[in-house]
Design a protein around this ligand. Structure first.
Ligand code: TRP
Length: 326
């Protein structure tokens, strides 16, 4: 079976852009592949976080992922720092990737521009990501287009390691969902909906209350020509509403446009569809939130399962490098 691995940072709550663009796809994949999903807390600390907040954020994100449909009985779901092989393997990756290669990472440059304190970990971030992926003999990495470069460097690292030390790692491929809903910010519909945009009115959180959802969608930016048409370039706001409504109701946004002549009803229906989409998920989240010990039990089981594979791969890598066996 195809081995799939992906990771998500515990920074901020999930929103409908994460859900419709990525997580829903993960939920589908867990039934079709051997899927491993990781809450990458060690990646999140490449940028300074409030002391004491990281653990709570990891627990909460894990609960949101489970509420969204990741089933720890079906896939493997775990927290990165619970499997120490990740940090150890990252060192081997750091010694396999070059300073020049890391210097060319566009995400490092963007993030570094926004920090006063640029940690060494922010620079070597792709080596840790390569460790995440390679420890599990991963075939496919489902990620957004912004992560393509990180999967490419992972492939380069795997190939270099294999040619230096003999066949050790599976060389993975990035799978970037072709159509997957690209949800834009409701207030700035030319920017992707994003945790880092800091646009609370433009972002619908997975746990937003129905009233808040209706209000945000009602105040979504559209345009003045009052024509409902799917045209991302000319009509980004209206097209975004059609995309969201389409993704939430499994319909094609272009054909949906024909059902509407005015923005008002389009907004009402989009809000309704999002509220209904999130209702069961919010109910599951409330149950999980009420019983953190149960979530912790599931995460420990996930980490045990992950460690079984990771430890074998790491041991193989250390042996192939020729480190003295302890
Ligand atoms: N860098 C990814 C992001 O910011 C998160 C990530 C870490 C990841 N390790 C991974 C994604 C391994 C896929 C596979 O979105």
């Amino acid at each position: 079976m195809t081995r799939v691995f992906s990771g998500i940072q515990p920074t901020g709550d999930l929103h409908i852009g994460n859900h419709l663009g990525a997580i829903r796809n993960w939920v589908r994949m867990q039934h079709e592949t051997d899927a491993i999903f990781c809450v990458v807390d060690l990646h999140s600390i490449t940028i300074p976080q409030d002391p004491g907040s990281v653990g709570a954020a990891s627990l909460r994100l894990s609960q949101m992922l489970m509420a969204a449909g990741l089933d720890p009985q079906v896939c493997t779901l775990f927290v990165q720092s619970h499997v120490r092989e990740h940090a150890e393997c990252a060192w081997l990756m750091e010694c396999t990737v070059s300073f020049g290669e890391l210097s060319r990472m566009t995400q490092f440059k963007e993030k570094a521009d926004r920090q006063q304190f640029i940690s060494a970990g922010l620079f070597t971030y792709p080596a840790l990501q390569a460790a995440d992926i390679l420890l599990y003999d991963t075939d496919e990495v489902p990620v957004g287009a912004d992560q393509r470069q990180h999967v490419e460097i992972t492939r380069d690292i795997a190939e270099r390691f294999n040619s230096r030390h003999g066949e050790t790692f599976v060389v993975p491929a990035a799978v970037i969902p072709a159509a997957g809903a690209r949800v834009m910010d409701l207030q700035r519909p030319t920017d992707k909906m994003s945790k880092s945009l800091d646009s609370p009115k433009g972002t619908v959180g997975l746990l937003d209350e129905p009233k808040q959802i209706a209000k945000k969608i009602k105040s979504a930016v559209t345009d003045n020509d009052n024509e409902v048409r799917f045209d991302v370039e000319a009509k980004p706001g209206v097209s975004n509403l059609l995309s969201i409504l389409g993704a939430a109701t499994d319909r094609d946004p272009e054909s949906l446009a024909a059902d509407y002549t005015q923005y008002g009803p389009l907004k009402v229906d989009t809000a309704e569809a999002v509220i209904e989409l999130l209702r069961p998920l919010q109910a599951r989240f409330a149950e999980l939130e009420a019983d953190p010990a149960e979530t912790m039990r599931l995460l420990r089981l996930g980490a045990d399962k992950a460690r079984q594979t990771a430890s074998v791969t790491l041991a193989r890598a250390k042996t192939n490098i020729g480190l003295l066996e302890g």
